[in-house]
Design a protein around this ligand. Structure first.
Ligand code: SAH
Length: 257
């Protein structure tokens, strides 16, 4: 081959590799056959979440497209696959749950991720939220404290082609400084305070969504938190509160503080 054609062939191969790899998430699962009815069930679920008569609904077309694409039934135990497209949390073992899909969609929507941004998730769990983030952001860094769950989620995300989603085992309380600063942080376990180090690892203008326990007289019943969006500004954290949610508690170092 002459040098120019060799160069063109190499460039084309690179282009193909780029198409197959990242850039808006994996696509392998689109080629894998799904059990009958899963696609319709998923469509019906997402359709329910964008209904205009709802007080809280999903509006962002990119988030809706991600929910239409990611096979949630692969992220729940096989015995529960037929319930994967009902709008509720499901057990994933070790006392943990995969969040309700509407909450996954809502938390993602308020983060308003751009395709070039990086996001840190605390609490990989099943990996479903990480996959949704992987469809929307450039890089996703997700930390899970329970080894079994983290390893399983990582293997599943890889098999589905999410090469832009990186899972690490450990305590997310201290974040992932090697990849900071992040454009966004999503905490998917309940905390009674905003972990300081996670705020430090946010870019100026960055967003954090977190289920926060309230204390004192205004506290809701135990096990219930408020979903909060924080924005890091030069004047401090700007806070927006949405509705009540129920997440499993964050464990690890935060408990000793
Ligand atoms: N985002 C998950 C749901 C998370 S459930 C999904 O889409 O399926 C909350 C998860 O947070 C659990 O898996 C729990 O083990 C994990 N977790 C709790 N405390 C943590 C900590 N300090 N660091 C990292 N993960 C933690």
């Amino acid at each position: 081959m002459r040098p120019l054609s060799r160069f063109l062939a190499a460039a084309f191969a690179l282009f193909l590799a780029g198409c197959d790899g990242r850039g808006g998430g994996g696509t392998e699962h689109l080629r894998a056959p799904e059990p009958a009815g899963m696609a319709q069930a998923r469509e019906a679920m997402v359709h329910m979440m964008e209904r205009e008569d709802l007080r809280y609904r999903l509006k962002d077309p990119r988030v809706l497209a991600a929910l239409r694409k990611v096979p949630r039934h692969r992220f729940v135990p096989e015995a529960l696959a037929s319930e994967a497209y009902e709008n509720r949390p499901l057990p994933i073992g070790d006392g943990q749950t995969i969040s309700q899909p509407f909450i996954v969609g809502y938390m993602t929507e308020v983060l308003d991720l751009k395709p070039w941004e990086s996001v840190l998730e605390i609490g990989t769990g099943s990996g479903y939220q990480a996959a949704i983030l992987g469809e929307l952001a450039k890089e996703v860094y997700s930390i899970e404290i329970i080894e079994k769950l983290g390893l399983r989620a990582e293997a599943l995300l890889q098999s589905l082609g999410y090469r832009n989603v990186h899972v690490r085992l450990g305590d997310g309380y201290r974040g992932w400084p090697e990849h900071a600063p992040f454009d966004a942080v999503i905490v998917t376990a309940a905390a009674d305070q905003v972990p300081e180090l996670l705020v430090e690892q946010l870019k100026m203008g960055g967003r954090m969504v977190i289920p926060l326990e309230r204390s004192g007289a205004a506290a809701p019943e135990p096990g219930v938190q408020e979903l909060v969006l924080l924005r890091k500004t030069p004047e401090g954290l700007k806070r927006e509160t949405f509705f009540e949610v129920r997440f499993v508690p964050m464990t690890g170092e935060i408990l000793g503080r």
